[in-house]
Ligand binder design. Structure first.
Ligand code: PRT
Ligand code: MG
Length: 223
């Protein structure tokens, strides 16, 4: 039996469902690409587009860089938060798409005096999905922390005494407020980037370059 060969005319885009998918649709439209299936209603993980040579993989947001790094997808869209945790190895990041914007912040229970705890050199327990970003942030400040890795619902951790603080992404702040938490420090602004597999960029440049340029133009118009 012959080994299946990858067709170089095929382009595979990795996206996560939800805000990144929604915000990427207009950018795809600017490149003449229309996704013809809806990931919210379809159970399919590989979606067709109006271009028979372009298909979309639906993966978890944190898995997008991995699919692109290993070339299972040629390109993808991922948040800076996710890319900082991944490390960006094997990825070319040509465009800040300015979509899915939010900020990475430290939050604590409304009654917790974070400033004083930091000033007094207390050792803080911090729950987060973003351990690399959190480690770097507190190291720069010279604050000693014990990091507790979570995979979601970080907001719960201070409420039940699992941690003193959380590091999470915040957009409206509504989730923090609803859980009686306050944002005490902004670590960085976050937006999503186009990521491209480095080998694909060389081998499929003719196909990828016009899409990259269309994304770049469309994101500048939106921003
Ligand atoms: O949901 P899943 O566990 O699969 O993964 P994910 O949460 O990483 O994916 P997704 O699709 O929710 O987010 C994809 C990307 O969108 C993230 O990597 C961020 O770069 C970006 N983004 C923008 C956000 C938000 N805004 C955001 N608000 N990601 C998550 N949130 C969360 C936030 O942590 C809070 O718990 O949404 C909740 C509501 O936020 P508020 O502040 O509006 O209440
Ligand atoms: Mg989510």
């Amino acid at each position: 039996m012959s080994k299946p060969t990858r067709d170089d005319s095929q382009l595979i885009l990795a996206l996560s469902k939800g805000r990144i998918f929604e915000d990427t649709l207009p950018l795809l439209a600017a490149a003449g690409i229309e996704v013809t299936e809806n990931p919210e209603t379809s159970r399919k993980l590989i979606l067709a587009t109006n271009d028979p040579n372009v298909r979309v993989l639906i993966v978890r947001a944190t898995d997008v860089p991995t699919y692109v790094q290993y070339g299972a997808a040629d390109f993808g869209v991922a948040g800076k938060d996710v890319l900082l945790e991944h490390g960006g190895e094997g990825l070319y990041q040509p465009v800040d798409l300015r979509i899915a914007c939010c900020r990475m912040s430290v939050a604590v229970n409304a009654g917790f005096d974070y400033e004083t705890a930091v000033r007094q050199g207390a050792r803080l327990r911090v729950a987060t999905k973003f351990v690399n970003t959190a480690r770097e942030h507190f190291a720069k400040k010279g604050v000693h922390v014990d990091l507790i890795k979570l995979y979601g619902s970080m907001e719960l951790a201070p409420l039940v005494g699992l941690s003193d603080a959380i590091v999470d992404v915040v957009s409206t702040g509504g989730t923090l407020r609803a859980n009686n938490l306050v944002e005490v420090e902004k670590i960085m602004e976050i937006s999503s980037r186009l990521v491209v597999n480095q080998a694909a960029l060389k081998l499929k440049r003719e196909r990828l370059q016009p899409i990259i340029e269309a994304f770049e133009r469309a994101s500048k118009q939106q921003g």
